[in-house]
Write a protein that binds this ligand. Structure first.
Ligand code: MN
Ligand code: MN
Length: 491
């Protein structure tokens, strides 16, 4: 029997009844706090000014390429060197140095070299910078009933019905045969046109409304309307005059022809800037917060690190939304290869040291979580959900059903992280993605765990995850940055 004593009224220890002291009982209860409650006036200024920079970033960087470009530019201003040029120049690397490695313009690894040898392990933040969207197909442009249209192929997990009847912008690159590249952004400035996918008018939607939500709008229905004025011609038999006019506009503005679509990566995304959400301006509504909110906060945390003991790393990877595959996904050898190059330039490379560096590392897989939504309580388990405003969210495990596909972080590691977060006064919470049998998800955590390093998922809870406009709490964005910084300092 456990020795729990009632001490409030009885003078002596009495083991007859198992009644705990009321005060002791109260101290034992875990309370996840709301971050807003702890902020001073100065803290509020910091939270809101950080969210302004975040809103600016997320409004401008809507593709993986745009994120890499932005992060590289800021990193360079902060004294980071390009690993590729250090290798080319036969340079060397020493503790305190700051480096970035760019993989095809879509994945970026940033390093701040520590005083300890790399084989002692690194502290790694890993986020992804790809988001669900509509990609243009290889042969996208066609004309139908005097309208110019573009075929799309959706990328990542999208509820297709959410992508109709809203303003969309086109972001991306067109690579020409001569090797030159043309960057395209259409639809973001107030005076620029937007494009979009039409929905069926309710008056004629009797059949559509009977369909399952997943079939109401299908993948091949996601065609973009981009024009309706025909080119002028004396030839009355001239075909596809609207399409030709659009090609004329594209050629005038970008110097491209129809065949150039073949070597283009054009992503159709929600048009417009991030906005404050809520009358108290406590939240941010923006496209692509999964996972650019964690990418931005990871990046900002790393930029604040100077002369660390262990090497600190931030990974910004592509293709997470489609399974982390390909040369720019987390499963590629890019990160491992970059690390080998760095160890070599430090005069400290061997295959064994490389393996030790990876196995001895600790990582936060920085990815968003599902915030409890009072509109959809039936899919969440209230005691193990993340709540907007309650801080950085740890997911000990993700996966689905019987933890299938999960990276289940070690209790020892979780204990260490709790201690670090509490030491730095970071507001944090723990969560599962939803009810056990409801569905599930995963991130890049399991891929790095394969090296034998400690990894846990942790990030910002969202409403509307994967919808065109996602919601995050400004307090959680700020606590994420602080939590990631604390991790880089101490883990
Ligand atoms: Mn994600
Ligand atoms: Mn996602």
């Amino acid at each position: 029997m456990m020795n729990i004593y009632a001490t409030t009224e009885w003078d002596e220890r009495d083991e007859t009844y198992m009644i705990a002291d009321w005060k002791q009982g109260a101290d034992l209860v875990k309370n996840y706090r709301c971050a807003w409650d702890k902020y001073t006036r100065e803290d509020m200024d910091r939270v809101f000014s950080f969210s302004e920079s975040y809103k600016d970033f997320i409004s401008r960087c809507k593709t993986e390429r745009e994120c890499v470009k932005e992060f590289m530019a800021i990193a360079k201003r902060n004294g980071f060197r390009d690993l590729e040029s250090v290798i080319a120049e036969g340079g060397s690397i020493k503790p305190g140095d700051k480096l970035f490695a760019n993989n095809m313009g879509k994945t970026l690894a940033l390093f701040v070299i520590g005083t300890q040898p790399l084989e002692k392990g690194m502290r790694i933040l890993g986020a992804h910078i790809d988001s669900p969207r509509l990609d243009l197909k290889q042969n996208p442009l066609y004309e139908d009933t005097d309208l110019a249209m573009l075929e799309t192929h959706y990328y990542g997990g999208v509820k297709k019905y959410q992508w109709v009847a809203l303003p969309l912008a086109i972001h991306g690159v067109v690579m020409k045969k001569d090797g030159s590249s043309i960057e395209v952004v259409i639809g973001e400035e107030d005076d620029e046109p937007v494009v979009g996918v039409s929905d069926l008018l309710i008056h004629l939607a009797a059949d559509q409304m009977e369909k399952k939500l997943s079939k109401g709008i299908e993948g091949e229905d996601l065609n973009i309307c981009i024009g309706s004025i025909p080119v002028r011609t004396d030839n009355s038999d001239e075909k596809e005059r609207v399409k030709k006019n659009i090609l004329g506009i594209l050629n005038q503005r970008y110097g491209i022809t129809e065949e150039d679509f073949v070597s283009a990566e054009l992503e159709v995304v929600p048009a417009g800037r991030a906005r404050d959400y809520g009358l108290d301006r406590s939240m941010v509504m923006a496209y692509g917060q999964d996972d650019r909110v964690c990418a931005y906060t990871s990046f900002e945390a790393l930029m604040r690190i100077k002369d660390p003991d262990k090497t600190c790393v931030a990974l910004m990877v592509d293709k997470e939304e489609i399974g982390s595959v390909g040369a720019t996904g987390m499963t590629s050898k890019f990160f491992e290869n970059s690390l080998a190059e760095i160890m070599n330039l430090m005069g400290d490379y061997s295959e064994l040291k490389l393996r030790r560096a990876l196995a001895n590392s600790r990582m936060l897989s920085c990815d968003v979580s599902a915030g409890f939504d009072p509109n959809y309580p039936s899919v969440m388990e209230k005691r193990n959900s993340a709540y907007l405003g309650k801080g950085l969210t740890f997911n000990k495990y993700t996966g689905s059903r019987g933890k299938s596909g999960s990276n289940d972080a070690n209790a020892e590691y979780m204990a260490r992280l709790r201690a670090i977060m509490d030491k730095h006064g970071v507001t944090w919470q723990t969560a599962e993605l939803g009810k056990v049998d409801q569905g599930g998800g995963g991130t890049i955590a399991y891929i790095l765990a394969e090296y034998g390093m400690e990894v846990i998922d942790c990030g910002v809870p969202l409403h509307n995850m994967h919808a065109p406009w996602e919601i995050a709490s400004k307090a959680d964005v700020y606590e994420a940055m602080r939590g990631y910084y604390a991790f880089l300092m101490e883990a």
